[in-house]
Design a protein around this ligand. Structure first.
Ligand SMILES: Cc1cc2nc3c(=O)[nH]c(=O)nc-3n(C[C@H](O)[C@H](O)[C@H](O)COP(=O)(O)OP(=O)(O)OC[C@H]3O[C@@H](n4cnc5c(N)ncnc54)[C@H](O)[C@@H]3O)c2cc1C
Length: 241
């Protein structure tokens, strides 16, 4: 049964611009707040719209251990043109208070890890994957972990330095950024589902797929995986609707 969400106010302690349209937000909670969740889950932001309560889901971009040790949760949010809540976020400053509730969702890593884990994301779809990958390494995961991360431009690649650092630290971490409209890009240019097909063709055993991004990407990835006869129960998605 789903855990009952808990409602707490949080103070924005840090805001970092990752690109011209994506910001990283650090939310600080009081010591007494129970901020526990499972890596990959999302939270709700509560505010008012036209005098009525309004809420929006945002994936938690950090590991549960940051919440446990420092009572902090991180979010990664894209500014959507004309979007109510994302524009609200982009108008916030450090010290502002947010009304939140958590945890929600079932997009979490299936344990124990008997399979290698393939994470596939586009844009801010990286948010829950970041928390999941951080947690896996904190727990000493010895399976192969792949991150296939699609963006339009090389300057859009979120948390690139973190992924590069993981490549250096862990032999079992495989990072495949792909950029569809790169300017000086010499790496992969295919869409994420094409990379998945190329990389894992003929391999239907021993893999667990976790995909996150906007609905069209998730649908195309799912179609590709089913075409590859990947068992349905090995495919997990979070779609940003
Ligand atoms: C489970 C879940 C987790 C999510 N996690 C994240 C996250 O970690 N980071 C994040 O940035 N977003 C995330 N989203 C998307 C987020 O909830 C909002 O939908 C998004 O921020 C837009 O809300 P808004 O109020 O700004 O736009 P709205 O006022 O709702 O929409 C304005 C217009 O923009 C269009 N639109 C809405 N969303 C998008 C989009 N993402 N891209 C392009 N056009 C859009 C709408 O169709 C509409 O026409 C998540 C969604 C779900 C369901």
């Amino acid at each position: 049964m789903a855990e009952k969400p808990r409602f707490y106010d949080a103070k924005l302690s840090k805001i970092v611009s990752l690109t011209s349209t994506v910001k990283h937000f650090v939310l600080d909670y009081d010591r007494g707040a129970d901020t526990s969740f499972i890596a990959g889950q999302f939270m709700m932001i509560h505010l008012e719209k036209e005098g009525r309560p309004h809420k929006k889901p945002y994936s938690i971009a950090s590991s549960p251990s940051l919440a446990a040790s420092k009572n902090q949760i991180e979010l990664c949010i894209k500014l959507v043109e004309g979007g109510y809540v994302s524009n609200y976020f982009f108008g916030l400053k450090e010290g502002d208070i947010l009304h939140t509730s958590l945890p929600y969702g079932v997009f979490t890593v299936r344990e124990p890890w008997v399979k290698n884990l393939i994470f596939v994301g586009t844009g801010t779809g990286i948010a829950p994957l970041r928390g999941m990958i951080q947690k896996l390494y904190e727990n000493g995961c010895d399976k192969d972990i792949w991150l296939i991360f699609g963006n339009r431009y090389e300057t859009d690649i979120l948390y690139d330095a973190e992924w590069q650092a993981l490549v250096k630290q862990h032999k079992n971490f495989h990072y495949v950024p792909t950029v569809s409209r790169g300017k000086n890009w010499t790496g992969e240019t295919a869409y994420v589902q094409e990379i998945v097909k190329k990389q894992f063709a003929g391999q239907t055993e021993g893999l667990d797929f976790y995909g996150c991004g906007l609905v069209p990407m998730c649908q195309q990835l799912k179609a590709a995986l089913l075409e590859m006869t990947m068992p349905k129960e090995r495919i997990h998605f979070e779609q940003f609707t």
